[in-house]
Design a protein around this ligand. Structure first.
Ligand SMILES: O=C(O)CCC(=O)C(=O)O
Length: 245
């Protein structure tokens, strides 16, 4: 799918649109997050390493993720405000949107770890589950080999299931295996500068990066302005909510 198709999104709970941004526009974002990542890693307290450092890469210390770039990095703020993106986001959840939370996923080459299947709406706990859409912006080509996203087709129409966290990883909330085994997950490769959108209820996950190429992405979790978040599973800083339209 290379164009906006709200009916497809409503039916499947996700939509991948290539060419939202030009590939070269992603380069300045990557340079910025690399710099940010270096200083973040230097200052990272020991007790937070397990969450932020990618445990799959043993040859060197690399970050797995960074939180809330929309609140701290001008190039990501520019993406969040970009009309090419907002027209699509508003096409899914209506006019008047904010970024509630955002993440950079680094998925480094040669071992970047998988992300277990989950539903964003379990993490965020919105009053209106329809008013949440994630825009997952590919900062590199995301392929089967380097760990693109996978979606559970149609799961946006089902419930938000209680998630569990493995021992010692309270933040790593995921869908229980007995529910997941009933749900096929299909890959959503996307080219650099393209965007995969998913509804807040949609099951999604990503595989490991066993290739020699990076699979970086910036996930902007958009919400409708009137939506309330009274029941989040993890603590989110409401003061960072960033209204863009
Ligand atoms: O990039 C990934 O591997 C996970 C992305 C994700 O969970 C999200 O964007 O909500």
């Amino acid at each position: 799918m290379d164009s906006f198709d709200a009916a497809y999104y409503r039916h499947h709970g996700h939509l991948t649109v290539n060419g939202v941004f030009l590939p070269h526009e992603m380069d300045s974002v990557v340079r910025d997050i690399e710099q940010w990542g270096e200083s973040f890693l230097e200052a990272l307290p020991a007790e937070q390493r397990a969450w932020y450092v990618d445990g799959g890469v043993s040859a060197r210390t690399v970050l797995r993720k960074l939180d809330n770039p929309h609140a701290q990095r001008a190039p990501v703020q520019a993406l969040a405000r970009d009309r090419r993106l907002l027209d699509l986001v508003e096409g899914f959840i209506g006019p008047g949107v904010s970024v509630y939370f955002s993440q950079i996923f680094f998925k480094p080459p040669e071992g970047g770890g998988p992300k277990p299947a989950h539903q964003d709406n379990f993490y965020f706990g919105p009053a209106d589950p329809e008013g949440v859409v994630t825009a997952w912006i590919a900062l590199d080509d995301a392929t089967l080999e380097n760990g693109c996203l996978y979606f559970g087709d149609g799961t946006q129409a089902g419930p938000v299931y209680p998630h569990f966290a493995p021992e010692g990883e309270p933040y790593n909330l995921q869908i229980p295996p007995e529910i997941l085994e009933r749900q096929p997950m299909s890959p959503a490769p996307v080219r650099k500068g393209g965007v995969s959108f998913h509804h807040g209820n949609t099951f999604h996950c990503s595989g490991p990066n066993l290739s020699h190429k990076w699979r970086r992405a910036c996930a902007l979790h958009f919400v409708s302005n009137g939506n309330a978040f009274e029941n989040p599973a993890l603590p989110y800083d409401h003061s960072l909510k960033f209204q863009v339209s």
